[in-house]
Design a protein around this ligand. Structure first.
Ligand SMILES: *Cc1c(COP(=O)(O)O)cnc(C)c1O
Length: 409
């Protein structure tokens, strides 16, 4: 009881001094006076990114112009970048392709999975999943003539699995609560029913170790924990066992077997390359690759250990404040975020941001705090918890200006 009272800022500073990951903070640009607990939404800017993007603009584009498709490796960016993402999700070379946005990758994964299960009419979708995942399932069901079976909100997956299910799309880590699913167990159940498992790794990659081997498809974004920058390319994982048969429903020329013969008929490239579509956003790839250089050195087990320590510290410092914890209390069951419910979550979050603690708000009542282990310190967690206590204790959130909704919450 009252364990939080024995935690001091000096104690947190000592944890930072002993933190084997503390050097990574210097890799990032972090504004003074801000505790950034939004790395689960838009990761911080790596210091090396600006120079890398400037090089792509001034040298690759400005001087070398179109030759850069060959000389700067532009043409192969989806594959070379995918190969750099692969170790972060437990995949091997040639299994991950970068490109497009997460939403488009979901459509492509669903299209490929459904074509591999032509006689099964059902897509299983989680009503608690991120809305775009659900919307794309709805669009894919319409486009490919399938039906949707919903799970979540109390309906367990087991009740939805049957001989009529073609594919199941689930998030590994819940974007609202941070709850983690047991990937291996769920994948095994889905496959035992003869269906294909598609994992959304948006809140997993860079937050905790992922072992995607065994799954059929996976997709994810790179602008959250991976710090690729706003609008950074997404990625798709295609299991080796499906690579020969899986087809890209958006059969563009960058996924063609011989794009520079300019044949009228589409022929898929071998391997994951067929999941490319059209011209890649080269400047965004430059930013993403700058960040992936940092990730190449990172040990995901250390990331997880620090992530658990940070979220645990935040909960210990704040659970007496009378908020309802939406995140699992057992660290084994949570990702790298902590979410609290509060009926006035929106103005509370606005007041917090005003005081330099950046989290976000998800309707109807959720305050999300993301903990990016590469650049957050234990003292940041201590300061954030104190600020939250102050906003609630002094009811600073009651000010009118915090109640007016901005377009992006
Ligand atoms: C962030 C996120 C997305 C975002 O999709 P975009 O197409 O990149 O905008 C989709 N799904 C989940 C689960 C997410 O967390």
């Amino acid at each position: 009881m009252m364990g939080y009272m024995s935690i001091t800022r000096a104690g947190c500073a000592a944890l930072d001094a002993a933190d084997p990951m503390s050097d990574y903070r210097d890799e990032f640009v972090l504004p003074d006076g801000v505790v950034y607990l939004l790395g689960n939404s838009l990761g911080a800017l790596p210091r090396r990114t600006a120079a890398r993007v400037a090089h792509a603009v001034t040298a690759e584009w400005g001087q070398d112009l179109g030759a850069s498709w060959n000389t700067a490796g532009w043409w192969n960016l989806p594959q070379t970048t995918g190969d750099r993402i692969a170790p972060l999700i437990g995949a091997g070379p040639g299994q991950v392709l970068a490109g497009d946005s997460t939403s488009i990758m979901i459509f492509k994964a669903l299209g490929a999975a459904l074509a591999l299960r032509p006689d099964r009419p059902v897509i299983v979708s989680d009503v608690d999943n991120f809305p775009s995942d659900q919307y794309v399932v709805q669009g894919a069901a319409q486009a490919f003539g399938r039906e949707i079976r919903e799970i979540g909100a109390g309906t367990p997956m087991e009740s939805a699995l049957g001989a009529d299910v073609a594919a199941v799309l689930l998030s590994h880590v819940d974007y609202r609560t941070g709850a983690v699913r047991d990937m291996a167990t769920v994948t095994a159940r889905v496959q035992a029913a003869g269906a294909l498992m598609i994992w959304d790794l948006c809140h997993s990659a860079g937050a905790l170790p992922v072992d995607i081997t065994g799954a059929d498809f996976a997709i994810g974004c790179t602008y959250k924990y991976l710090n690729g920058g706003p609008g950074a390319p997404a990625y798709i994982y295609v299991a080796p066992k499906h690579q020969e048969a899986a087809r890209n429903v958006i059969s563009g020329w960058h996924g063609h077997a011989t794009p520079f013969t300019f044949e009228p008929a589409y022929q898929p490239a071998p391997g994951v390359r067929r999941f490319a579509v059209g011209s890649p956003p080269v400047l965004s790839y430059a930013a993403l690759n700058a960040s992936l250089e940092i990730w190449e050195k990172v040990d995901m087990r250390s990331v997880r250990a620090k992530s658990v320590a940070l979220t645990e510290l935040f909960i210990e410092l704040t659970e007496h404040l009378g908020l309802e914890l939406a995140t699992p209390r057992d660290p084994v069951e949570r990702g790298s975020q902590v979410s609290y419910r509060h009926p006035d979550g929106y103005p509370v979050m606005r007041a917090l941001i005003d005081m330099g603690v950046h989290g976000d708000y998800r309707a109807p009542d959720l305050m999300r705090f993301g903990f990016a282990p590469l650049y957050l310190r234990y003292v940041d967690v201590y300061d954030a918890a104190n600020t939250l206590a102050e906003v609630l204790g002094k009811e600073l959130w009651r000010e009118d200006r915090y109640h007016r909704r901005l377009p992006v919450t």
